[in-house]
Design a protein around this ligand. Structure first.
Ligand SMILES: Cc1cc2nc3c(=O)[nH]c(=O)nc-3n(C[C@H](O)[C@H](O)[C@H](O)COP(=O)(O)OP(=O)(O)OC[C@H]3O[C@@H](n4cnc5c(N)ncnc54)[C@H](O)[C@@H]3O)c2cc1C
Length: 422
């Protein structure tokens, strides 16, 4: 037994349902995620982190709990959670295992983006009917067979930041597409059943355009798919984010997780879709704080019952952590509550600010937790040093890295669309 929270300690909800005005159905689903995190994820987290191995058994158990279908619409047999409820549930998972919560996010986005988010976007009636029929095939695989999806977008260039078209290309072919390309940092590589790949549809002689981005579910066992490279990173080790190669991979038309043109529309009209990497780190921020309270009270399993809470400097540090955590929670809750199609400029800037705040503060809280709890708290037998390493990764995650959020807030606060200084 490691010093992670013991199996029966679920703690209190990060966002108390009454205080944050959550309805009973949302509160119950979020509580289910918290109980699952404490019971199933926490005991397995240290070993997968140490081995940098993927926790596939967590996903098998999430299938049994119905969580793989958390954002699949109810009429298709899923739990039908909306954007905010999903974010709050995912944050609860992130308290117990950052890698699982982050990988889970890649899976869930395949269903959220093709589901509730796509329902908000423009399509002709025929396109929508074809889309609903196609996504149902993927939802059935997830719900019936426990299929796990991932989201490899990054290529190592400017495409994942939204600056240029993806270099991975889908050439139209009879009945589908032929895909060629490479994705780096592909969480769930070698573990997912289907890779949800963003690529550029490009006919013979056609120029690459972001407008022609296709979102394709490529089966991991399709001929021409390979996982290469090693994976031995600082943090988020159990995401196993290796490199994927696609060499003349054929996928049928029903691999489209969104109709043609709809991913581009989503990226421009539904920007909160890119805030979905933050719940994991909201959970890690809470975990760093919770650890500190328990440790200073002398109640951390696996450590001697030595109290350290009576020192004024510890109390001030905890107070500062509390203030930072409450600031983070308030901004983030507001941002995830106003996710929708066509948000106002103010809401978009707030979403960038929330992403920046969660990603930077999660690591700031973990750093402060280590300094405050002291030397014995950073031993690898305790969860805090893993929280510290995992939380460092948040600011790096494209498309909304901490730097890109600042860059956009500064520019978009000072310039209206189309404005120049000429
Ligand atoms: C644990 C982990 C898991 C991941 N899992 C996935 C996954 O499942 N799928 C996936 O697609 N990706 C994933 N990523 C990848 C991630 O989003 C980045 O693509 C990855 O960190 C590689 O980035 P890079 O080194 O190429 O950064 P670069 O692209 O070189 O960027 C470096 C920095 O430069 C800045 N920058 C880059 N482009 C621009 C720009 N156009 N304008 C302004 N500033 C810019 C950014 O601040 C960025 O942090 C994961 C990353 C981590 C750490």
């Amino acid at each position: 037994m490691h010093g992670d929270l013991d199996a029966h300690d679920t703690g209190a909800a990060i966002f108390a349902p009454e205080a944050f005005g959550l309805d009973d159905a949302a509160a119950e689903l979020i509580a289910q995620a918290r109980r699952f995190g404490a019971r199933v994820l926490a005991p397995r987290a240290a070993q997968h982190d140490r081995e940098a191995s993927f926790p596939l058994e967590n996903f098998r158990d999430m299938h049994d709990e119905g969580l793989l279908g958390i954002c699949i619409p109810k009429e298709d047999g899923g739990l039908g959670a909306g954007y905010r409820t999903y974010c709050l549930a995912a944050a609860e998972l992130g308290r117990f295992c950052g890698s699982t919560a982050l990988s889970f996010n890649m899976h869930v986005c395949s269903t959220l983006w093709s589901g509730a988010l796509s329902d908000d976007l423009d399509m002709s009636a025929a396109e929508r009917a074809a889309h609903v029929a196609r996504r149902r095939l993927h939802y059935r695989r997830i719900l019936d067979d426990g299929a796990v999806y991932s989201q490899p977008f990054s290529e190592g260039g400017a495409a994942a930041a939204g600056a240029v078209a993806f270099g991975t290309e889908a050439r139209p072919a009879a009945g589908g597409f032929i895909v060629n390309g490479k994705k780096i940092f592909a969480s769930l590589s070698g573990a997912a059943d289907c890779y949800g790949v963003l690529c550029t549809e490009r006919g013979e002689g056609e120029a690459a355009s972001r407008r022609n981005t296709l979102y394709l579910a490529i089966p991991a066992n399709a001929p021409g798919v390979a996982v290469v490279g090693d994976w031995d990173p600082l943090g988020m080790r159990a995401t196993v984010s290796r490199t994927l190669l696609f060499k003349d991979v054929f996928v049928p038309e029903d691999a489209m997780l969104m109709p043609r043109g709809v991913y581009f529309q989503a990226a421009t009209r539904w920007p909160h879709m890119f805030l979905t990497l933050s719940p994991t780190y909201m959970g890690l921020a809470q975990a760093a704080y919770d650890f500190t309270i328990r440790y200073l009270r002398g109640e951390m399993p696996g450590t001697p019952p030595v109290k350290r809470r009576m020192f004024p400097t510890k109390q001030i540090a905890v107070a500062e952590m509390h203030v930072m955590l409450e600031q983070t929670k308030a901004l983030w809750f507001q941002a995830i509550s106003e996710a929708r199609a066509n948000p106002t400029k103010e809401q978009v800037l707030r979403a960038y600010a929330a992403q920046f705040t969660v990603m930077e503060n999660a690591n700031a809280l973990a750093t402060k937790a280590i300094r405050t709890c002291g030397g014995q708290a950073m031993l690898k037998s305790l969860a805090l040093e893993r929280i510290y390493r995992d939380s460092r990764c948040g600011s790096l995650m494209l498309p909304w890295t901490a730097e890109i959020c600042l860059d956009r807030i500064g520019r978009e606060a000072l310039y209206e669309p189309g404005e120049t200084d000429d």
